[in-house]
Write a protein that binds this ligand. Sequence first.
Ligand SMILES: NC(=O)c1ccc[n+]([C@@H]2O[C@H](COP(=O)([O-])OP(=O)(O)OC[C@H]3O[C@@H](n4cnc5c(N)ncnc54)[C@H](OP(=O)(O)O)[C@@H]3O)[C@@H](O)[C@H]2O)c1
Length: 263
Amino acid sequence: MKLAVFGAAGRMGAAVVRLASEGGDLVVGAAESPASPLLGRDVGELSAVGHLGVAITADVDAALLGAEAVIDFSTPKATPQVAHAVKLARLPWVCGTTGLDAAANKALDDAAAVAPVLWAANMSLGVQVLAELVREAVRRLGPGFDVEIVETHHRQKVDAPSGTAKRLAEAVHEGRGGLREVTGRDGLVGARRHDELAVLALRGGDVIGDHTVHLLGEGERLELTHRATSRDLFARGAITAARFLAGKAPGRYRVADVVAGRG
Ligand SMILES: NC(=O)c1ccc[n+]([C@@H]2O[C@H](COP(=O)([O-])OP(=O)(O)OC[C@H]3O[C@@H](n4cnc5c(N)ncnc54)[C@H](OP(=O)(O)O)[C@@H]3O)[C@@H](O)[C@H]2O)c1
């Protein structure tokens, strides 16, 4: 597949460029922020796959020339701009950027009116299965079990809680209605309320992404954990998703659709 990669010089973008090139896909466009000191540099050389003849650009439309799909791990601020270009080019768009605000979410919806769009906070199959297990565990254990989600990420991560933690919270809500989310506790907060669902973030070191859903009952507790040990996991998932979207009708898709081969 011919791919355009947004956030191409970032941690995830570099992994996408490397894995796509190693897997026989062609990176034909590489976009970065207008302020990036890496504009003009060859994206293959930056991703340690050797010269690809593709210069990093801040020109979104130029980055899409000749591409068959877009893979985007950049920033929420860039999402409306990517959406605009995707709409004009009517290209499949895999977006893994997290911390999206209302404008970015609307941009995804707008693009999905004319192109197939898959946004996921976590591109891994393991997290998709974890979410399904969490929904089922919460449903079966019932209100006698308190639910708390703890996520850990590297010190550079800018948004909290992580998109994956929010996805897992969504799975908890699907399993039990009426819960109220709490993202921190400080001072005399009183006893834990029955309807709380805490989503807590730890930051430090080079942790790629750990998520644990704690189910805390009387005399027993369950801990359902996913640990990412390599960014390649997410990059591979995004490339698989791009292949899945090729030829699909416009609309929003999820990793669950890729797993089920639906659409
Ligand atoms: N869905 C998943 O499975 C998954 C997995 C891991 C990470 N993520 C998410 O993916 C995003 C990127 O993560 P990361 O660790 O790769 O971060 P990162 O290393 O900071 O990379 C983001 C890149 O996007 C660039 N950028 C900023 N504005 C841009 C624009 N207008 N156009 C194109 N590129 C632009 C940044 O450039 P500057 O540094 O110059 O601003 C940076 O190089 C985050 O939201 C993260 O939470 C998702």
